[in-house]
Design a protein around this ligand. Structure first.
Ligand SMILES: Nc1ncnc2c1ncn2[C@@H]1O[C@H](COP(=O)(O)OP(=O)(O)O)[C@@H](O)[C@H]1O
Ligand SMILES: [Mg+2]
Length: 298
């Protein structure tokens, strides 16, 4: 099979692992930067070009999208989908999850527990104070609606602090949301890897001392855990609502139970493979085989 991995960076761990796993199963992995594709749309003939040639014979596509250049990447993934080439995940589902607020909107609407979160552009102090009151006061979390690896996730110790951070974030012409700080999490979260509707692996991430963000890229430690049925079902339900087939769900433990803070549509799995000893790349490649087979059986 020709497995296309759409990714801006060839040399990141997860992409390298997917290539190895694909080769092990006698496939041909191809990694291409989404910016290198040219898309063509016309009645009766739409296509994708790479190096001036129409791209043909791709059996399945695995998009690995970061947070920069998302729009173009989504157009590329959408085009593959429209050409009836199986993609893991669809452009619509990726788009829903890339915007952290949109993701929470969908989850909250379908009855999934998420931390109280507010998106606002209001600048007045009285409106801002009301917002902070609704979130239970400070500290509060501020996050860019598009972000990853803990970058752009900030803790504000006071209302004044929160307001000025939000203003600074808005100066960059990027929206940020304000979220209730879950202090019980105490610098830990649970990352659940969901593939084809099932929670397949999980780890607890423990932030390094003095840090509240438990991202592996920020030095957090990952340890394998066996999650409760409740947490597994929460992750599976969240992923299903967003329409994703492959995802990493971040969950915080609160006094009243687990809440979902975000769903990653291209989760890196270095920390998870190291913590669990599982071959996540192999799981993904086997699922890619299944997707391609399902298409051929239709
Ligand atoms: N509301 C919150 N309360 C407490 N900690 C949080 C909250 N939101 C995020 N965090 C911490 O910050 C980390 C990064 O936040 P997240 O929303 O997952 O953004 P990113 O996409 O950058 O990973 C989380 O893994 C968690 O440890
Ligand atoms: Mg996260």
């Amino acid at each position: 099979m020709n497995i296309l991995i759409v990714c801006r960076h060839q040399n990141v761990y997860s992409t390298k692992r997917l290539k190895i796993a694909a080769k092990k199963r006698k496939h041909n992995p191809i990694v291409i930067n989404p910016n290198s594709f040219t898309l063509y749309a016309e009645k009766g003939h739409s296509g994708i070009f790479y190096k001036n040639q129409e791209l043909k014979d791709i059996d399945v596509v695995i998009p690995r999208m970061g947070i920069t250049g998302v729009e173009y990447g989504l157009s590329v993934v959408r085009q593959f989908g429209m050409l009836n080439i199986p993609v893991i995940n669809s452009s619509e589902a990726i788009s829903r999850s890339k915007d952290k607020f949109e993701c929470l909107q969908f989850l909250a609407q379908k009855g999934i527990d998420v931390p109280p979160t507010i998106l606002t552009r209001t600048g007045t102090s009285s409106a801002f104070n009301r917002i902070m009151f609704r979130l239970g006061g400070c500290p509060a979390i501020l996050k860019f609606i598009r972000g990853s690896q803990g970058k752009g996730v900030v803790i504000a110790e006071s209302s004044l602090n929160a307001k000025s951070i939000l203003e600074a974030m808005r100066c960059l012409d990027k929206d940020a949301m304000i979220q209730k700080y879950i202090c019980e999490a105490d610098g830990c979260d649970t990352r659940v890897f969901v593939l084809n509707g099932k929670a397949r692996a999980a780890m607890k991430r423990i932030a390094k001392p003095g840090e509240f963000r438990s991202n592996i890229h920020l030095g957090a430690k990952g340890i394998e855990i066996k999650i409760s049925k409740e947490t597994a079902q929460l992750a599976e339900k969240a992923v299903k609502i967003l329409g994703l087939e492959l995802a990493g769900v971040d969950i915080l433990e609160t006094k009243t139970g687990p809440v979902v803070i975000e769903v990653n549509s291209s989760p890196g799995f270095q920390g998870l493979e190291h913590a669990t000893g599982l071959d996540i790349a192999d799981m993904i490649i086997r699922y890619a085989e299944e997707k391609a087979r399902m298409k051929n059986d239709r």
